[in-house]
Design a protein. Structure first.
Length: 252
């Protein structure tokens, strides 16, 4: 698998990055399959620097906060009104109310809403197969319904935290992952509310106890100093660690 960081800014777009979006690619029978993990504010513009958005085979939303899903509105416009004709309907997995949430975000009636452009599918308890990918969604703790995502292909595993506090769902998602893409929105020592986000140290601690082989820190808000978050995580995690950078490609 290849993971391209499309956007990694936490909570809202920053001066150097759009909000959360990650392009995952893998080959199967001579064809490149592409899925997106989240499509947050500003990410659709950034995505076009890397691939044709019409080539995406499916979208997986970790949760329905704007910085993780709202550019689905622009994607709806692109697919519906493309000058070459409407693009084929593609699957979008997410929490149970994703179709309604997106219709309301664009001020559409819920029927048809965006259902003619996207096949909205709620996460269940079984793994999801898309081309070479097997995707498992696990509930994590956040003020809204949220999921950690584990993507497996060719015997390798990518773990994506979405937004979460410390929880068993996060540990299971990250277990022995070849790459753990983990949010680190909070700083140690601040009066952080529970069950909302992780500090760098908590991201490192989770990666260490889960046996993740590499840690990539993401979702750092523009008001924080990334080097400090990296240092916090490095104090808890003994493996290779780095900050997510827009445009970088990571082999898994």
């Amino acid at each position: 698998m290849r993971v391209t960081v499309i956007g990694c800014s936490g909570s809202y777009p920053g001066p150097e990055s759009s909000a959360s979006c990650y392009l995952v690619e893998a080959e199967l029978q001579g064809r490149t399959w592409r899925i997106l993990l989240d499509l947050g504010s500003g990410a659709l513009g950034s995505l076009q620097r890397h691939v044709d958005p019409g080539s995406i085979d499916g979208v997986f939303l970790s949760h329905l906060h704007a910085d993780h899903c709202l550019d689905l509105c622009g994607y709806y416009v692109m697919r519906k009104y493309h000058p070459d004709g409407a693009l084929p309907r593609i699957p979008v997995w997410g929490p149970a109310d994703t179709a309604g949430r997106m219709a309301r975000a664009y001020d559409l009636e819920e029927q048809p809403g965006m259902n003619e452009e996207f096949d909205f599918i709620p996460y269940g308890t079984t793994a999801i197969e898309v081309g070479p990918f097997t995707v498992t969604a696990r509930r994590v703790v956040h003020p809204v319904t949220a999921y950690g995502l584990r993507i497996e292909a060719d015997g390798r595993a990518l773990a994506y935290s979405g937004d979460t506090g410390l929880c068993h769902g996060l540990d299971d998602t990250a277990r022995e992952a070849d790459l753990f893409l983990c949010e680190a929105s909070f700083m140690e020592g601040a009066p952080n509310p529970p069950d909302l986000h992780l500090t760098g140290a908590e991201a490192g601690l989770t990666a260490q106890r889960a046996g993740s082989k590499r840690l990539l820190l993401t979702h750092i808000p523009p008001w924080h100093e990334p080097a400090q978050v990296l240092a916090e995580a490095g104090g808890e995690y003994a493996g290779p660690i780095a900050l997510a950078v827009p445009g970088e490609v990571h082999e898994v």
